[in-house]
Design a protein around this ligand. Structure first.
Ligand SMILES: [Zn+2]
Length: 355
Protein backbone atom coordinates (compact mmCIF):
# COMPACT_ATOMS: atom_id res chain seq x y z
CA UNK A 1 0.00 0.00 0.00
CA UNK A 2 1.49 3.38 -1.06
CA UNK A 3 2.51 5.62 1.86
CA UNK A 4 0.07 8.47 2.46
CA UNK A 5 0.76 12.19 2.87
CA UNK A 6 -1.07 15.35 3.94
CA UNK A 7 -2.26 17.67 1.16
CA UNK A 8 -4.05 21.02 1.24
CA UNK A 9 -6.71 20.92 -1.44
CA UNK A 10 -9.43 22.89 -3.16
CA UNK A 11 -12.44 20.66 -2.57
CA UNK A 12 -14.56 22.78 -4.88
CA UNK A 13 -14.98 26.47 -5.69
CA UNK A 14 -14.58 28.43 -2.43
CA UNK A 15 -13.91 25.35 -0.32
CA UNK A 16 -10.53 24.15 0.98
CA UNK A 17 -9.33 21.51 3.43
CA UNK A 18 -6.69 18.89 4.20
CA UNK A 19 -6.82 15.50 2.51
CA UNK A 20 -4.64 12.40 2.83
CA UNK A 21 -3.32 11.33 -0.58
CA UNK A 22 -0.84 8.65 -1.62
CA UNK A 23 2.75 9.90 -2.04
CA UNK A 24 3.08 10.18 -5.85
CA UNK A 25 5.43 7.94 -7.84
CA UNK A 26 7.79 9.34 -10.50
CA UNK A 27 7.57 8.34 -14.17
CA UNK A 28 10.92 7.63 -15.88
CA UNK A 29 11.62 11.35 -16.52
CA UNK A 30 10.04 12.72 -13.34
CA UNK A 31 10.97 13.37 -9.72
CA UNK A 32 9.25 13.47 -6.33
CA UNK A 33 10.30 16.32 -4.05
CA UNK A 34 9.81 16.48 -0.27
CA UNK A 35 8.58 20.04 0.37
CA UNK A 36 10.51 22.24 2.81
CA UNK A 37 9.27 25.78 2.06
CA UNK A 38 6.43 27.20 -0.05
CA UNK A 39 4.75 30.53 -0.70
CA UNK A 40 1.05 31.29 -1.09
CA UNK A 41 0.11 33.36 -4.18
CA UNK A 42 -2.87 35.51 -5.13
CA UNK A 43 -3.21 33.12 -8.07
CA UNK A 44 -4.14 30.42 -5.53
CA UNK A 45 -6.96 32.70 -4.41
CA UNK A 46 -8.10 33.18 -8.03
CA UNK A 47 -8.07 29.41 -8.50
CA UNK A 48 -10.08 28.88 -5.30
CA UNK A 49 -12.63 31.43 -6.51
CA UNK A 50 -13.09 29.59 -9.81
CA UNK A 51 -10.64 31.60 -11.92
CA UNK A 52 -9.76 28.46 -13.91
CA UNK A 53 -13.12 26.71 -13.46
CA UNK A 54 -14.25 23.90 -11.19
CA UNK A 55 -11.64 21.62 -9.56
CA UNK A 56 -12.25 18.81 -7.05
CA UNK A 57 -9.68 17.80 -4.41
CA UNK A 58 -6.88 19.55 -6.34
CA UNK A 59 -3.81 20.28 -4.22
CA UNK A 60 -3.10 24.04 -4.38
CA UNK A 61 0.25 25.87 -4.57
CA UNK A 62 2.93 26.40 -7.24
CA UNK A 63 5.87 28.07 -5.42
CA UNK A 64 8.12 25.63 -3.55
CA UNK A 65 11.56 24.22 -2.82
CA UNK A 66 12.49 20.94 -1.22
CA UNK A 67 14.63 17.83 -1.13
CA UNK A 68 14.73 15.23 -3.91
CA UNK A 69 12.96 12.13 -2.51
CA UNK A 70 12.70 9.93 -5.61
CA UNK A 71 13.97 10.08 -9.18
CA UNK A 72 12.76 8.39 -12.35
CA UNK A 73 15.35 6.19 -14.04
CA UNK A 74 15.83 8.64 -16.91
CA UNK A 75 16.79 11.64 -14.76
CA UNK A 76 20.56 12.38 -14.73
CA UNK A 77 22.66 14.80 -12.67
CA UNK A 78 20.60 14.69 -9.50
CA UNK A 79 20.60 12.48 -6.41
CA UNK A 80 18.10 11.79 -3.66
CA UNK A 81 18.75 14.30 -0.89
CA UNK A 82 19.64 17.20 -3.22
CA UNK A 83 18.20 20.58 -2.25
CA UNK A 84 16.22 21.82 -5.25
CA UNK A 85 14.13 24.69 -6.55
CA UNK A 86 11.24 24.01 -8.93
CA UNK A 87 9.77 26.74 -11.14
CA UNK A 88 6.03 27.45 -10.83
CA UNK A 89 5.89 26.67 -14.57
CA UNK A 90 7.18 23.24 -15.65
CA UNK A 91 7.37 22.96 -19.46
CA UNK A 92 8.27 19.74 -21.25
CA UNK A 93 10.71 21.63 -23.57
CA UNK A 94 9.76 19.26 -26.41
CA UNK A 95 6.41 20.32 -27.83
CA UNK A 96 5.89 22.77 -30.70
CA UNK A 97 5.21 25.78 -28.45
CA UNK A 98 8.29 25.01 -26.37
CA UNK A 99 10.42 24.68 -29.50
CA UNK A 100 9.04 28.02 -30.68
CA UNK A 101 10.33 29.55 -27.45
CA UNK A 102 6.96 29.93 -25.73
CA UNK A 103 7.62 27.38 -23.00
CA UNK A 104 5.02 28.79 -20.59
CA UNK A 105 2.45 28.00 -23.28
CA UNK A 106 3.69 24.40 -23.34
CA UNK A 107 1.37 22.26 -25.53
CA UNK A 108 -1.45 24.84 -25.28
CA UNK A 109 -2.27 28.30 -23.89
CA UNK A 110 -0.92 28.49 -20.31
CA UNK A 111 -0.04 24.79 -20.63
CA UNK A 112 3.30 25.19 -18.80
CA UNK A 113 1.26 26.03 -15.71
CA UNK A 114 0.63 22.50 -14.45
CA UNK A 115 0.84 22.84 -10.64
CA UNK A 116 -2.60 23.39 -9.06
CA UNK A 117 -4.09 23.63 -12.54
CA UNK A 118 -3.95 20.31 -14.43
CA UNK A 119 -2.08 18.38 -11.70
CA UNK A 120 -1.63 18.53 -7.93
CA UNK A 121 0.33 21.51 -6.64
CA UNK A 122 2.99 21.84 -3.97
CA UNK A 123 0.95 22.40 -0.76
CA UNK A 124 1.63 18.81 0.31
CA UNK A 125 4.37 16.88 2.07
CA UNK A 126 5.61 15.70 -1.34
CA UNK A 127 5.00 16.89 -4.90
CA UNK A 128 5.55 15.44 -8.39
CA UNK A 129 7.77 17.21 -10.93
CA UNK A 130 7.36 16.40 -14.63
CA UNK A 131 10.39 16.45 -16.95
CA UNK A 132 12.67 16.74 -13.92
CA UNK A 133 15.91 17.00 -15.90
CA UNK A 134 14.76 20.41 -17.15
CA UNK A 135 12.67 21.52 -14.17
CA UNK A 136 14.83 20.74 -11.11
CA UNK A 137 17.47 23.32 -10.13
CA UNK A 138 20.11 22.78 -7.44
CA UNK A 139 20.06 25.52 -4.78
CA UNK A 140 23.51 26.98 -4.00
CA UNK A 141 24.63 26.47 -0.41
CA UNK A 142 24.77 30.23 0.20
CA UNK A 143 21.02 30.67 -0.41
CA UNK A 144 18.53 29.53 2.25
CA UNK A 145 15.32 27.75 1.16
CA UNK A 146 13.14 30.63 2.31
CA UNK A 147 14.91 32.98 -0.12
CA UNK A 148 15.41 30.56 -3.04
CA UNK A 149 11.66 29.87 -3.11
CA UNK A 150 11.05 33.42 -4.42
CA UNK A 151 12.66 32.45 -7.75
CA UNK A 152 9.84 30.00 -8.60
CA UNK A 153 7.32 32.74 -9.47
CA UNK A 154 7.80 36.19 -7.89
CA UNK A 155 11.28 36.89 -9.33
CA UNK A 156 10.65 35.10 -12.60
CA UNK A 157 7.30 36.86 -13.22
CA UNK A 158 8.34 40.30 -11.99
CA UNK A 159 11.57 40.19 -13.99
CA UNK A 160 9.64 38.94 -17.04
CA UNK A 161 7.53 42.08 -16.72
CA UNK A 162 10.71 44.16 -16.99
CA UNK A 163 12.29 41.98 -19.70
CA UNK A 164 9.16 42.23 -21.90
CA UNK A 165 8.95 46.02 -21.48
CA UNK A 166 11.70 46.83 -24.02
CA UNK A 167 13.30 49.29 -21.55
CA UNK A 168 15.94 51.43 -23.28
CA UNK A 169 19.12 51.85 -21.22
CA UNK A 170 18.50 55.10 -19.34
CA UNK A 171 14.84 55.05 -20.39
CA UNK A 172 11.72 55.79 -18.33
CA UNK A 173 9.49 53.15 -16.74
CA UNK A 174 6.27 53.19 -14.74
CA UNK A 175 5.31 50.11 -12.71
CA UNK A 176 1.64 49.97 -11.72
CA UNK A 177 0.93 48.14 -8.43
CA UNK A 178 3.62 47.18 -5.94
CA UNK A 179 2.52 43.79 -4.67
CA UNK A 180 5.20 41.07 -4.69
CA UNK A 181 5.21 40.79 -8.51
CA UNK A 182 5.22 44.60 -8.93
CA UNK A 183 8.06 45.02 -6.44
CA UNK A 184 10.12 42.48 -8.39
CA UNK A 185 9.22 44.27 -11.65
CA UNK A 186 10.53 47.48 -10.06
CA UNK A 187 13.77 45.72 -9.08
CA UNK A 188 13.92 44.22 -12.58
CA UNK A 189 13.45 47.60 -14.28
CA UNK A 190 16.34 48.94 -12.23
CA UNK A 191 18.52 45.92 -13.14
CA UNK A 192 17.59 46.36 -16.82
CA UNK A 193 19.17 49.83 -16.73
CA UNK A 194 16.15 52.13 -16.55
CA UNK A 195 17.11 55.77 -15.98
CA UNK A 196 13.88 56.63 -14.15
CA UNK A 197 11.68 54.11 -12.35
CA UNK A 198 8.25 55.35 -11.25
CA UNK A 199 6.22 53.08 -8.96
CA UNK A 200 2.47 53.56 -8.46
CA UNK A 201 0.90 52.08 -5.32
CA UNK A 202 -1.90 52.96 -2.91
CA UNK A 203 -0.61 51.13 0.20
CA UNK A 204 2.04 53.00 2.25
CA UNK A 205 4.10 49.94 3.31
CA UNK A 206 4.33 48.83 -0.28
CA UNK A 207 5.42 52.32 -1.40
CA UNK A 208 8.25 52.11 1.13
CA UNK A 209 9.31 48.73 -0.24
CA UNK A 210 9.14 50.10 -3.79
CA UNK A 211 11.78 52.66 -2.84
CA UNK A 212 13.82 49.87 -1.22
CA UNK A 213 13.71 47.82 -4.45
CA UNK A 214 14.83 50.72 -6.63
CA UNK A 215 11.97 53.07 -7.46
CA UNK A 216 13.14 56.68 -7.94
CA UNK A 217 9.66 58.16 -7.64
CA UNK A 218 6.71 56.57 -5.80
CA UNK A 219 3.18 57.80 -6.51
CA UNK A 220 0.06 57.33 -4.36
CA UNK A 221 -2.97 57.24 -6.73
CA UNK A 222 -5.25 58.38 -3.90
CA UNK A 223 -3.38 61.68 -3.85
CA UNK A 224 -3.88 62.62 -7.49
CA UNK A 225 -4.10 61.24 -11.02
CA UNK A 226 -1.05 58.97 -11.34
CA UNK A 227 -1.14 59.06 -15.16
CA UNK A 228 -1.12 62.87 -15.12
CA UNK A 229 1.85 62.80 -12.76
CA UNK A 230 3.73 60.31 -14.95
CA UNK A 231 3.13 62.57 -17.96
CA UNK A 232 4.35 65.58 -15.96
CA UNK A 233 7.50 63.68 -14.88
CA UNK A 234 8.24 62.81 -18.52
CA UNK A 235 7.73 66.27 -19.97
CA UNK A 236 4.28 65.37 -21.33
CA UNK A 237 5.43 62.49 -23.57
CA UNK A 238 4.82 59.46 -21.36
CA UNK A 239 7.16 56.65 -20.34
CA UNK A 240 9.07 54.36 -22.70
CA UNK A 241 7.70 51.35 -20.82
CA UNK A 242 4.81 50.65 -18.47
CA UNK A 243 4.47 47.39 -16.51
CA UNK A 244 1.04 46.22 -15.34
CA UNK A 245 1.32 44.12 -12.17
CA UNK A 246 -2.19 43.72 -10.80
CA UNK A 247 -4.35 42.17 -13.52
CA UNK A 248 -7.00 44.91 -13.36
CA UNK A 249 -8.80 47.04 -15.98
CA UNK A 250 -7.86 50.31 -14.22
CA UNK A 251 -4.11 49.63 -14.04
CA UNK A 252 -4.06 48.30 -17.61
CA UNK A 253 -5.77 51.45 -18.89
CA UNK A 254 -3.34 53.58 -16.89
CA UNK A 255 -0.43 51.74 -18.50
CA UNK A 256 -1.73 52.44 -22.02
CA UNK A 257 -2.37 56.10 -21.16
CA UNK A 258 1.03 56.60 -19.45
CA UNK A 259 3.08 55.13 -22.35
CA UNK A 260 4.55 57.30 -25.10
CA UNK A 261 3.88 56.58 -28.80
CA UNK A 262 6.23 53.80 -29.82
CA UNK A 263 6.40 52.62 -26.20
CA UNK A 264 5.68 49.22 -24.67
CA UNK A 265 3.04 48.06 -22.19
CA UNK A 266 4.24 44.85 -20.51
CA UNK A 267 1.56 42.86 -18.73
CA UNK A 268 2.71 40.71 -15.78
CA UNK A 269 -0.65 40.71 -13.95
CA UNK A 270 -3.20 37.82 -13.81
CA UNK A 271 -6.60 38.98 -15.09
CA UNK A 272 -8.76 36.64 -13.05
CA UNK A 273 -12.18 38.19 -13.65
CA UNK A 274 -14.60 39.11 -16.46
CA UNK A 275 -14.86 38.10 -20.15
CA UNK A 276 -12.69 40.81 -21.71
CA UNK A 277 -10.21 43.62 -21.05
CA UNK A 278 -10.82 46.99 -22.74
CA UNK A 279 -8.12 49.16 -24.35
CA UNK A 280 -8.69 52.96 -24.07
CA UNK A 281 -9.12 53.82 -27.77
CA UNK A 282 -7.70 57.35 -28.03
CA UNK A 283 -4.76 56.73 -25.66
CA UNK A 284 -4.05 53.78 -27.92
CA UNK A 285 -3.94 56.08 -30.90
CA UNK A 286 -7.24 54.61 -32.15
CA UNK A 287 -5.28 51.45 -32.90
CA UNK A 288 -2.55 53.31 -34.73
CA UNK A 289 -0.32 54.62 -31.87
CA UNK A 290 2.66 52.32 -32.47
CA UNK A 291 2.29 51.05 -28.91
CA UNK A 292 3.23 47.44 -28.19
CA UNK A 293 1.24 45.43 -25.66
CA UNK A 294 3.22 42.38 -24.57
CA UNK A 295 1.87 39.61 -22.36
CA UNK A 296 3.53 36.56 -20.87
CA UNK A 297 3.47 33.93 -18.13
CA UNK A 298 6.23 33.34 -15.57
CA UNK A 299 9.15 31.66 -17.42
CA UNK A 300 10.15 28.26 -16.00
CA UNK A 301 12.91 25.70 -16.44
CA UNK A 302 16.30 25.26 -14.78
CA UNK A 303 18.19 27.71 -17.03
CA UNK A 304 15.79 30.46 -15.93
CA UNK A 305 15.86 29.40 -12.28
CA UNK A 306 19.66 29.29 -12.27
CA UNK A 307 19.76 32.91 -13.51
CA UNK A 308 17.31 34.00 -10.81
CA UNK A 309 19.44 32.25 -8.15
CA UNK A 310 22.62 33.87 -9.52
CA UNK A 311 21.07 37.35 -9.13
CA UNK A 312 20.41 36.56 -5.46
CA UNK A 313 23.79 34.90 -4.93
CA UNK A 314 25.65 37.88 -6.43
CA UNK A 315 23.65 40.33 -4.28
CA UNK A 316 21.80 41.97 -7.18
CA UNK A 317 18.45 41.39 -5.43
CA UNK A 318 17.27 40.11 -2.04
CA UNK A 319 13.55 39.22 -2.06
CA UNK A 320 13.37 38.31 1.64
CA UNK A 321 11.70 41.63 2.68
CA UNK A 322 8.63 40.32 0.81
CA UNK A 323 8.07 37.75 3.59
CA UNK A 324 5.67 39.50 5.94
CA UNK A 325 4.14 36.38 7.55
CA UNK A 326 5.31 32.86 8.50
CA UNK A 327 3.09 29.82 8.98
CA UNK A 328 3.46 26.11 9.52
CA UNK A 329 1.90 23.88 6.85
CA UNK A 330 -0.98 23.09 9.21
CA UNK A 331 -1.91 26.82 9.13
CA UNK A 332 -1.74 27.27 5.32
CA UNK A 333 -5.51 27.93 5.25
CA UNK A 334 -4.99 31.07 7.33
CA UNK A 335 -2.26 32.23 4.94
CA UNK A 336 -4.57 31.75 1.96
CA UNK A 337 -7.31 33.71 3.73
CA UNK A 338 -4.95 36.63 4.38
CA UNK A 339 -3.82 36.58 0.72
CA UNK A 340 -7.47 36.97 -0.23
CA UNK A 341 -8.36 39.73 2.25
CA UNK A 342 -4.95 41.45 2.17
CA UNK A 343 -5.29 42.09 5.91
CA UNK A 344 -2.41 42.66 8.33
CA UNK A 345 -0.28 44.37 5.63
CA UNK A 346 0.41 40.96 4.05
CA UNK A 347 2.72 40.76 1.03
CA UNK A 348 3.87 37.12 1.06
CA UNK A 349 3.31 34.33 3.62
CA UNK A 350 6.09 31.74 3.89
CA UNK A 351 4.98 28.17 4.67
CA UNK A 352 7.31 25.82 6.54
CA UNK A 353 6.92 22.03 6.20
CA UNK A 354 8.09 19.26 8.50
CA UNK A 355 10.24 19.67 11.59
ZN1 LIG B 1 6.10 22.09 -24.25
Amino acid sequence: MAPMMKSFVMKGIGEVGFLDKPVPEPGPNDAIVKTTRALVCTSDVHTLRGGIGERTDLTLGHEAVGIVAKLGGGVKGFREGDRVLVGAITPDFTCENCQRGHTSQCQHTLGGWRFANVKDGVFAEYFHVNDAQANLTPIPESIPDEVAVYCADMLSTGFMGAEHAAIPLGGTVAVFAQGPVGLMATAGARLMGAGLVIAVEGIADRRELARHFGADVVLDPSEGDAVEEVLRLTGGTGVDSAIECLGAQATFEACVKATRPGGTVSVAGYFGHGDSVAIPRLAWGAGMGDKTIRTGLCPGGSVRMRRMLRLIEMGRVDPSPLTTHRFRFEEVGRALHLMETKEEGIIKPLITFGA
